[in-house]
Design a protein around this ligand. Sequence first.
Ligand code: TXA
Ligand code: MG
Length: 341
Amino acid sequence: MTYATKLLSPSEEDIAAAAEMLKNGEVVGIPTETVYGLAANALNETAVAKIFAAKGRPADNPLIVHISRFEDIYNYAEYVPENAKLLAELFWPGPMTMILRKKECIPYITSGGLDTVGLRFPANITARRIIDKCGFPLAAPSANLSGSPSPTSAVHVMDDMQGRISAVVDGGSCEVGVESTVISVSDEGKVCLLRPGFITLEKLTEAVGEDNVTVAKGVTECVSDGERVLSPGMKYKHYSPKANVTVVKGDIDSFSDYIAAHGGDNCAAMVFDGDEDKCPCRCISYGSTGEQQAQRLFSLLRKADEKGIDQIYVRCPEQSGVGLAVYNRLLRAAGFEVISL
Ligand code: TXA
Ligand code: MG
């Protein structure tokens, strides 16, 4: 089916129109503080099926369920351990998704066949107004076509989804720029980091104590096809632009020498602020702090594709703080191709 995808604003009238579409079981692109989401009624199987179709997403990859009040956690999670309450108090509303045992009302199509549900209370005001207006939770994966970089503006969503969904609500560009931190919280309160994000490993550890936090293998290592993964999304090649991405570890001089020796005609380099004139190719800065790099990463990868670049060399970011999230996304964009100089 082809839709005449409408571009809506965050005005009262347009939010009401978006909510009306969602009530009718349609799919709408919505802004969040992390990346844009492809939203539908999380409790309506037919509506959720349309998300999978629009995105071309494998059916075993579960969707995050977005709520607009903390108390809703009790409507959708079977059990809420103390550590989950504590983390929600500290980091909600905000870019953190908690995976808990699901209540029956969450359909299996939403949870990708799992007995758990990923719950997120976003900080973005427009997202919350839309959820409030609907009166039901919204299932929403990132609003990109499966496999391409996540969208951080309404234009990105249009580029991928025009004709495939009913509307996109334009809430400007996303402040965080990478998807939420995903953690599972067991009934005993043990926390496992499945996908790093703006709510860092350091902050989680500080909140619940080092003994209660583990990091899933897929965060910084390649999980092979047959291996069981805690978060199905981690096994898919992700965030890939059309260009080949290579992560390069080393100082700026050896980085520059490497490009001089290996870079072809149509390559580009992503470096830190101040190093833009130090490489023998087209060179762009993606920032110096993890926060800046997270905010710019996906839109720069999309821009490289628009320019027809076929090889991107990226200076390896710090692997701590928000940098760990940037590193995790880059590893996937690069298909785990990392060169250490
Ligand atoms: O910031 C975000 O989280 C954005 C915005 C729109 O909220 N959403 C997002 O959704 O990134 P998605 O579907 O692109 O990524 C969700 C990840 C996937 O890797 C999925 O496998 C995992 O979270 N996930 C969701 N529910 C899960 C569950 N019950 N168990 C394990 N992993 C789950
Ligand atoms: Mg995604």
